[in-house]
Every structure is written in C-alpha cells, then in structure tokens.
Design a protein around this ligand. Sequence first.
Ligand SMILES: [Fe+2]
Ligand SMILES: [Fe+2]
Length: 159
Amino acid sequence: MENRLEILRQRVDELVNLVQPDKKRYFFVHLYGVSHFAAILAIRRGLDPEIASICGMLHDISAVISGSYDNHAIKGAHEAKKILEDIDLFTTSENKIITTAISRHSDKENEHLPYDEILKDADVLHHCLYNPSYPVKNREQSRYSKLLIELGVNKKVLK
Ligand SMILES: [Fe+2]
Ligand SMILES: [Fe+2]
C-alpha cells in the first residue's frame, strides 16, 4: 500500500473488524471521526495533520482490543507502541509523540503538550457532534465551547 497513514488504518480496521457487530460501527465512526477532527485542528494550530490523524486512529485501541475502557488511555499507549513498532514506518520521536498523546487523552481537565491537546479536543468534538441532538456532557462543555470559538463556528451551533 501507498502511504503510512493508510497502512496504519488497515491495521486498525483489522482490529475493529474483530469487535462484536453492535460495537463495530461506533469504533469505525469514532476512530475515523477523531482522526479527521485531529487533522483539522493540527492544520489550524500549525502542526502535522498526519501525526494528529494517527493519534486519532489509535487513541481507543485498547478498548477495541479488550472491550473495556478501564485505564484504556495508558493501556492503549502500550498497544499503539507495539503496532507502530511493528509497522516500522514512524521515527522514534513520532512514536513518542503519538503514544504520549494516547496515554494522556482521558485527562481532559488538565493541559499538556500540543499533540496531547489536539487529541483530547478532537475526541471531545466527536463526542459532541456524533449526534448534535444529544446533550453535551458537563465535563466536555468547556472544551467544546472553546473549540467552537477557535474554529469560528460558535454562532452557527450554539443557541
Ligand atoms: Fe478514549
Ligand atoms: Fe475516544
């Protein structure tokens, strides 16, 4: 295959395809959705959209593999490291950026490094926009409001 993001996506697809049918759709939509939001935030913030996309594709990989969200950020960083080392298309420093972002993505209350924040923000955007009729969770309201302002879309979405 042609390109390392697509090679990584193929690997993620294989893992998602092993998930129970009722959960498969959400994982596909969520991982690709977070990957797309991460890319646009990276462009907005002058960072690399490919690396941000990889973070999005892999961020919940532990939940995909194990079926559980318990400590899935830390466990997911380990799973992602194994996949990235196996694919062997990313540098050591890229692997570090990606696995660090995954390990911190559940800590939405605190602020970390730029790629960590892109992943948290992309995750929140996807939770909030998956179905705009669903209420925004209290713990995501602040990040979501800031993101709508950053992206210049707040007037169109907020009532
Ligand atoms: Fe997560
Ligand atoms: Fe997520």
